[in-house]
Ligand binder design. Structure first.
Ligand code: P70
Length: 462
């Protein structure tokens, strides 16, 4: 018997337009990162070689999406593209009513202001920065009910996005269902490292919420990526299509907030989708105050068309396999170098475990922030801190939150970089890994009040 020959896979597209990248010297990068206050958010993108800050709004649109941009109906009211988008959301996600917004946090804002009252509690499978802030601004308090495994970067649980039902039951018992306007369920949980929730778990969450008459609102930002992991890992789903799995997930929830800048492959856009008429109507009333008319919500007609087409593309198997496959390729390279990363490798990026990478640094010296700056210095690769800076301060005590996950996210934009770019990234991380003992910590010298990670400034300690 001969061994079956290895069969490689490649991207299911070819490249029609290119954007040249600027190369910089280490001396130039030293100046750039100092001027940016050692915060990769404050770098000029011109000074970045491979930009893995985020997968948000950074993906490459398809020729069909670009063609759709030319079909933008820029009427103030009743744009044709709105109806296309509404039809796509109904077909792919199955939610009844659509409120367009300029991006994900616009949807979070409308939903939080509509459903949350002072003193309410919103359980969720790990916080997300903007989501939690909007819950807090509306007078609510977020409570984490994700399984413990999600907080351990070394635990290889296949569904680290799962809800711990005992924790959720406890919150319901403690505060009472009337204080819980909804449970917030994210797919491909971002802050856990792009970790999926299983359908088995979501079915149980639904049953528990049904027992108490509690809604579930879904952060659908990366639902197609979650669906891919379900198809790969969850018994009984191997023969289901990504579209079928996405519909099943959405069918177990009452509505969603969506940043279309991720799964839906556009540079800007988002929406809120809801099954309940009354909640929809209340949000539709608010959208005209904060975003724009209810048939564009801050998006141009052309943007809505690109989202409608991108949603269709997001559930195509070849696309999602290559997308998640490229992240896995990078993650496995890093594992080969012995670099500590969050396992299992996530959906939209590889997350370096900065505590294990830089054990000499106390969390109050911002190891993830320091590591992201060091990586930029080495090669011009831009990553994002996802640790103590991102976690911010507790609004009640004013103290820094100390999350167990202190991570640097190497986020892979969709359809933008080649495997060769991934090789360069992996080699740069390996270089920093080899010289890790020399990396120094940082101190914060400027701290904005909200979402501080975006604009905070740092200096190296002594
Ligand atoms: C990222 C981006 C955005 C996002 C998300 C989930 C699961 C909602 C949103 C908000 C951008 C970002 C946002 C805050 C901090 C850092 C980066 N995530 N839910 O890079 O959507 O950005 O469209 O308002 O991931 O992960 P939007």
């Amino acid at each position: 018997m001969t061994e079956p020959r290895r069969r490689s896979w490649a991207e299911p597209f070819k490249i029609k337009m290119v954007e040249p990248l600027k190369m910089t010297t280490r001396e130039e990068r030293e100046v750039a990162i100092r001027e940016a206050g050692y915060n990769t958010f404050l770098l000029r993108s011109e000074d970045v070689y491979i930009d893995l800050l985020t997968d948000s709004g950074t993906s490459a649109m398809s020729d069909r999406q670009w063609a759709g941009m030319m079909l933008g109906d820029e009427a103030y009211a009743g744009s044709r593209n709105f109806y296309h988008l509404e039809a796509a959301v109904r077909e792919i996600y199955g939610y009844k009513h659509l409120v367009p917004t300029h991006q994900g946090r616009g949807a979070e804002h409308l939903l939080s202001q509509t459903l949350i009252k002072q003193g309410d509690v919103i359980p969720g499978n790990m916080y997300f920065t903007t989501t939690r802030l909007h819950q807090e601004l509306a007078g609510g308090r977020f409570v984490d009910v994700i399984i413990d495994e999600a907080h351990d970067p070394t635990d290889a649980h296949p569904f680290k996005g799962d809800v711990d039902l005992a924790k959720l039951r406890q919150v319901i018992d403690d505060v009472g269902p009337e204080r819980i306007p909804y449970v917030c369920i994210a797919t491909a949980v971002n802050m856990a490292g792009g970790q999926p929730i299983s359908l088995a778990n979501l079915h149980k969450v639904r049953a528990l919420c049904n027992d108490h008459g509690i809604r579930i609102i879904h952060d659908a930002t990366r639902v197609a990526e979650n669906a891919y992991f379900i198809k790969e890992r969850e018994p009984g789903y191997a023969d289901k299509s990504i579209a079928e799995i996405v519909l099943e997930i959405c069918g177990l929830t009452d509505g969603c907030t969506m940043s279309a800048k991720k799964d839906a492959l556009v540079n800007i856009g988002g929406f809120l989708a809801l099954d309940e008429w009354e909640v929809f109507e209340a949000c539709r009333n608010l959208v005209v105050v904060y975003e724009g008319l209810h048939t564009y919500g801050g998006m141009a007609g052309r943007d809505m068309e690109a989202v409608a087409i991108g949603l269709q593309e997001s559930v195509q198997f070849d696309h999602i396999k290559a997308r998640v496959g490229q992240v896995k390729y990078l993650g496995e390279k890093l594992q080969d170098y012995g670099v500590p990363i969050v396992v299992p490798i996530g959906s939209h990026g590889v997350f370096l475990d900065a505590k294990a990478f830089l054990p000499q640094l106390d969390q109050d010296h911002y190891p993830a922030q320091a590591l992201a700056a060091e990586l930029y210095l080495d090669s011009g690769v831009r990553a994002m801190e996802r640790g103590v800076v991102s976690a911010g301060r507790d609004p009640e005590t004013g103290e820094n939150r100390h999350p167990s996950l202190e991570l640097v996210r190497l986020t892979v934009p969709r359809r933008v970089y080649t495997q060769a770019h991934m090789d360069v990234v992996a080699e740069s991380v390996a270089e920093v890994w080899d010289n890790r003992e020399e990396v120094r910590g940082l101190q914060m010298v400027y701290e904005p009040s909200d979402l501080r990670f975006f604009q905070a400034r740092f200096e190296p300690v002594g």
